[in-house]
Design a protein around this ligand. Sequence first.
Ligand code: NAD
Length: 258
Amino acid sequence: TRTYVVTGSASGIGATTAQLLRDRGERVIGIDLNNADVEADLSAPEGRTAAAAKAIEIADGIIDGVIACAGISAPIPKTISVNYFGVTELLEQLRPALAKSEAPRAAVVSSMASLQRHSAEMVDAALDGDEAKALEIGAELSAQGPQVGYLVYPSSKRALSRWVRRQSISPEWAGNGIPLNAVAPGTVLTPMTQKLLETEESRAMVDANVPMPLNYHQPPESIANLLIWLTSVENTHMAGQVIYDDGGAEVSLRGDDV
Ligand code: NAD
C-alpha cells in the first residue's frame, strides 16, 4: 500500500483521483477546505504549513505520492495564492516526507489555460516567490473587471508549469529521486466548469478558448488516471513534463512544432 496526499480531495478531479486510489487499495490523505482528512486553507501560508504538518503526522512521516489538484478559477487575486503558492509551498513542505519513501512521486494540475494570454509580470513575481507582489498585480488586474481579472488564472497556471519544469531537475527533486510533473487539462466536467457550460452562450466562449478536436469535454477520470500513473511506481524517468491531456487543444493552438 502506498500513502498519497491529494489536495482538492473534496471535489472534481481531486475527489475522483482520491476515490480511484482508494479503490486500488492505496491510502489517501485528503486536503481541502472542508470534508477532508486535513481541513486547511491553502490560500494562506499558515494554512499550507498546518496542512503539511498534519498530513505528515497522519502519514507517520513517510509519503509516497503527492497529487496537488486544489485550485480556483475566479478572476480575483486569491487565485494566484491557491493555484501557485498553495501548490508550490505545500509541495516544498511535504518533500522531506516524500524523500523518505522508496518510490516517491509528485504531480500537479496545471491547465491548458497556461497557454492563454497572461500577465508576464505576475508569472515572474510568482517564480520569484514574491506572493505579496503577485497579489498586488492580481489586485490591479481584477480592479479592471472580470475579463482582465481572468488573467490571474492563466498566469497562475503558467507560473506553476514553469516551476515544475525548473524544480524537476533540481537537487531537491531529481536529486532525491522524486519525479515531478504536471498535467494540463482542457475543459473537464467538474463543479468548476458546471456553471460555465450551462448556457449555450458561455459554453461557446469556453469552447472558443479551448478547442478540443478529440472527444469534446473530458470526464475527471481522464485526468485522474494520468495523475495516478505519474505518481505510480511505474513512472521511473518522466520528469518536468507538462502533459497536455486536453483533447488536442494544445496542438490546435501551438501546431506541429516539437
Ligand atoms: P473543483 O472546484 O471541482 O475542485 C477544486 C477543489 O479545490 C475544491 O474541493 C475546493 O474546495 C478546493 N480548494 C479551492 N480552494 C482551496 C483552498 N484555498 N484550500 C484548500 N482547498 C481549496 O475543480 P476541478 O475542476 O476539480 O479543478 C481541479 C484542478 O484542475 C484545479 O487546479 C483547476 O484549476 C484544474 N483545472 C480544471 C479544469 C476544468 O475544466 N475543470 C481545467 C484545467 C485545469
